[in-house]
Design a protein around this ligand. Structure first.
Ligand SMILES: [Mg+2]
Ligand SMILES: [Zn+2]
Length: 400
């Protein structure tokens, strides 16, 4: 529907609370909404001419269009919940698309991209106080807010600081809004990184997360999350994180073995590739999903794997291929690595005699989580094959 500029101008001159979102990005939108709620938005003087004919209702607050003050049916057909930007706010699909382009263009001008960060087990591990007391670790190792104990992932503060030079960041959790805000306060005490960009389950559709709620073009958004199940529609945007768990034991992640440093390097490589001045394509025609796949495919380049006697071999092969490895159907001379859980098998003995690398399946997982080829000697195959043990036992029984 075309907006008649003359009508809009004439009427808005008489109507202070009537605001137009035809210009400006998210910041302007929020400013205007805050300004209008202070004035008591949606309350129109009587006998006011309402812009029903020309208004496309871009933003609705508590069921009332903030442009024309018309009541909008909450029948589920109108737009999406953006309460994380402003209480009670819903935006129309076309307004979402408009803001998406605008926000991404704004970031491009600062040579930045969007980064969506999961909170739990990606940046922190949090505990209710009863669960925490079972851990039996000193409280001074943790931060506490309203009975929730929080352990920050090692290097998380440095990670956020450096990531913020390349990305504008969102937090996205399926926890409640109040939980999300509390964790944001701990992660970003000086309020430098996230501003209003904190999305919770209050806005999300059911038990999944969606980039529909992120005001940026999907071709410029990366996601860090330890759970790929919650992102069924955005796998190409996702950098799957190794789950961060705090147990208070020596085996916990520390500053030396956290993946955050390596993830930062991967993010930096993707960012550099995106803003490469030698590429002809306009920024808006570039795609961070393709670049992430391309950077990932260099990790195990040149490795030819033979996966033998391993659970979930299908998914392991898939991950290995994403990392740039090839997978052989047979153990031939071109195979560089035998991936197996058991030593002493026919495959193992042959690969060992041919001086191939012999690694546990965890070697592939680590490559996937750290975006680098792990040292093979750290993943030796130690256990003997259960099949062989069973055969020996069976044989012994038979002979006795
Ligand atoms: Mg998580
Ligand atoms: Zn309207």
């Amino acid at each position: 529907m075309e907006v008649d500029p003359v009508t809009v101008e004439d009427v808005s001159a008489n109507l202070e609370p009537v605001l137009s979102f035809k210009e400006g990005g998210v910041r302007e939108l929020i400013q205007r909404l805050q300004c209008s709620s202070k004035r008591g938005h949606g309350v129109l003087p009587e006998n006011t001419l309402v812009l029903e004919r020309s208004c496309e209702h871009p933003a609705v607050v508590n069921g009332v269009c903030n442009d024309c003050c018309q009541k909008i049916e909450e029948d589920g057909n109108y737009g999406l919940d953006f309460s994380y930007l402003h209480m009670g706010l819903r935006l129309s699909r076309s307004e979402i698309d408009r803001l998406r382009c605008l926000e991404t263009e704004r970031l491009f001008s600062q040579r930045k991209l969007h980064l969506v960060l999961d909170i739990d087990n990606t940046l922190i591990h949090s505990f209710r106080s009863d669960a925490f007391s079972k851990l039996g670790v000193p409280k001074d190792d943790m931060q506490e807010v309203d009975g929730i104990f929080v352990k920050l992932r090692p290097l998380v503060s440095a990670f956020l600081e450096r990531a913020s030079t390349m990305f504008e960041m969102h937090l996205y959790t399926l926890g409640s809004r109040s939980y999300a805000k509390k964790m944001a306060k701990i992660l970003d005490p000086q309020d430098k990184y996230f501003d209003h960009r904190i999305i919770s389950r209050n806005e999300s559709p059911g038990l999944v997360k969606t980039l529909d709620l992120v005001l940026g073009m999907e071709s410029s958004i990366l996601i860090l999350d330890d759970n790929d199940q919650v992102w069924p529609n955005h796998e190409p945007n996702l950098i799957l994180m190794k789950e961060f768990l705090f147990t208070g034991k020596k085996t916990d992640e520390n500053e030396m073995n956290t993946p955050l440093n390596d993830i930062l390097k991967a993010l930096s490589a993707i960012h550099t590739a995106f803003f490469d001045d030698n590429i002809q394509a306009m920024f808006r025609d570039r795609d961070v999903r393709e670049l992430a796949a391309s950077v990932r495919s260099t990790v195990l380049k040149g490795c030819n794997l033979y996966v033998s006697n391993v659970k979930y071999a299908g998914i392991l092969r898939l991950r290995a291929k994403e990392l740039g490895a090839t997978c052989s159907k047979e153990l031939n001379h071109s195979v560089t690595h035998l991936v197996s859980c058991h030593k002493g098998t026919e495959d193992f003995n042959r690969a060992a005699s041919e001086k191939k690398y012999l690694v546990l399946p965890r070697w592939i997982k680590d490559a996937y989580f750290f975006w680098k080829r792990p040292a093979e000697e750290n993943f030796p195959i130690k256990k003997s094959s259960k099949a062989i043990l069973k055969a020996i036992i069976a044989c012994t029984v038979f002979l006795s």
